[in-house]
Design a protein around this ligand. Structure first.
Ligand SMILES: Nc1nc2c(c(=O)[nH]1)N[C@H]1C(S)=C(S)[C@@H](COP(=O)(O)O)O[C@H]1N2
Ligand SMILES: [Mo]
Length: 417
């Protein structure tokens, strides 16, 4: 695949070298967040403008002070509205190509085996526009595994696709022929019909292949950071698909349906579709992919000052992170200290790669003036977060899946150098 080829050319060092670095980093600071009481956070010079979407909330990176994001500060991305689902009347239906259709109450789901996962949810639109840079949050999600419920329902042999429906819906224009109609000459022999447009009311829905749905990581979740899911995050039940971009994690989940063909709803086949202009044997082709798994990424979160010493802190996510490097202006790439987050995960390090890792670089006493700070992450397989001129990224014409390296600008005051 093109993606793999372009990434392979970016590989840095061998696996052994990276493993060595990881071992050294364990001796770094165990916990860089929250910062010290006498620490000052410098404002970024490149503050994004307010998002033009209603009911949307984004993380403010410079306010990042805990590994788990407070549900009150967690990003909110809701495409239609935040429905009020009555928990007592709530039923999760499992139907379609199954032998034994199911109808489960919230109590039924809570009586099933409980599992938790720490998973950083990122909207695939994050960093796709200059005003979208904080569409991310990390939480400990609790619920019950999806796979045993599908097995209990008995997926029929023809079943290949699993659709997850939310309780939210809205008007969706399926066909809009106004552009076509306008482009036709007004003196056309036969009048152009104008009533051929189609707008429907579509429910939010996402799908996965049966194999993907049966992945043991997927949970039907009713809790987030120890509290019942807040309404805007999907109360009373949402799918948590660790390792997938935000859009796959269907909120207000009410129905699961097994089908025998790909589901082509708005959020699979129109929105959240990555389009690339690529060249195949000298010909330009446009490729379309529905947004699926998270991608390797990192971002600077904040620059802090404590007396006259500065530090750069950030996060890395989307894959098991082995190393993060930081570059200031055109200087050398320097290795940051990785937090191991042991205490947040009951004493053991989370090796799944589903959760972000915080990192810190001691910046010492930088010269006064404006500086650009850039970070890049490596995963356990040696893949590198792509640079801005990565050909696979450059070929992308839609704003989803923008996982390229991120630069932020900051000004160091004159009194410190
Ligand atoms: N039912 C439903 N589920 C949804 C959405 C939605 O609009 N409706 N938005 C999706 C998108 S695009 C993202 S990024 C995440 C955001 O989850 P959050 O609002 O809990 O942070 O939810 C996903 N699940
Ligand atoms: Mo999203």
């Amino acid at each position: 695949m093109t993606q793999d080829v372009s990434r392979r050319t970016l590989l840095k060092g061998g696996g052994a070298a990276l493993a060595g670095l990881t071992a050294l980093q364990v001796s770094g600071p165990a916990h860089a967040f929250p910062g010290h009481a006498d620490e000052q956070v410098l404002p970024w010079l490149d503050q994004p403008t307010e998002p033009p979407f209603p009911d949307t909330r984004f993380l403010k990176w410079e306010e990042l002070d805990s590994y788990f994001t407070d549900p009150e500060k967690f990003m909110i991305v809701s495409h239609y509205f935040n429905p009020a689902v009555d928990a007592t009347a709530f039923r999760l239906g499992i139907g379609g190509l199954v032998a034994r259709p199911q109808s489960l109450s919230l109590a039924d789901l809570k009586a099933r085996p409980r599992r938790e996962v720490t998973f950083t949810l990122e909207c695939s639109g994050n960093h796709g526009y200059p005003f979208v840079i904080g569409a991310i949050g990390n939480a400990r999600w609790a619920g019950t595994p999806l796979a045993p419920l599908l097995q209990r329902a008995g997926v029929r042999e023809q079943g290949t696709e699993v659709v997850f429906w939310g309780a939210d819906f809205g008007p969706v224009t399926i066909r809009d022929n106004s552009g076509v109609v306008k482009s036709l000459p007004t003196d056309a022999a036969s009048p152009v019909p104008t009533d051929i447009d189609l707008t429907i009311t579509e429910q939010f829905a996402r799908s996965m292949s049966l194999e993907e749905a049966l992945n043991g990581d997927n949970l039907l979740c009713y809790e987030m950071n120890g509290v019942p899911l807040p309404r805007e995050h999907g109360f009373p039940l949402r799918l948590i698909a660790p390792g997938w971009y935000g859009v796959a994690n269907v909120k207000w989940l009410t129905r699961i349906e097994v089908m025998d063909q790909r589901y082509a709803g708005r959020f699979m086949a129109r929105d959240y579709v990555t389009i690339r202009e690529q060249t195949r044997e000298g010909q330009t082709v446009w490729t379309f992919n529905t947004v699926k798994h998270a991608r390797l990424k990192s971002a600077p979160a904040k620059v802090t000052r404590r007396r006259n010493r500065y530090a750069i802190m950030g996060a890395a996510w989307g894959a098991p992170i082995s190393e993060v490097e930081v570059q200031v202006d055109d200087g050398p790439w320097r290795t940051a200290d990785l937090d191991d987050h042991r205490h947040e995960n009951g004493g053991s390090r989370d090796r799944s790669g589903f959760a972000w890792r915080f990192w810190t670089l001691d910046w010492g006493r930088p010269p006064a003036g404006e500086h650009t700070i850039r970070s890049r992450a490596y995963d356990h397989d040696g893949n590198l977060q792509p640079p801005p001129d990565d050909p696979y990224l450059a070929a992308k014409v839609t704003f989803w899946e923008s996982n390229g390296q991120i630069g932020r600008r900051v000004a160091i005051p004159a009194d410190s150098s």
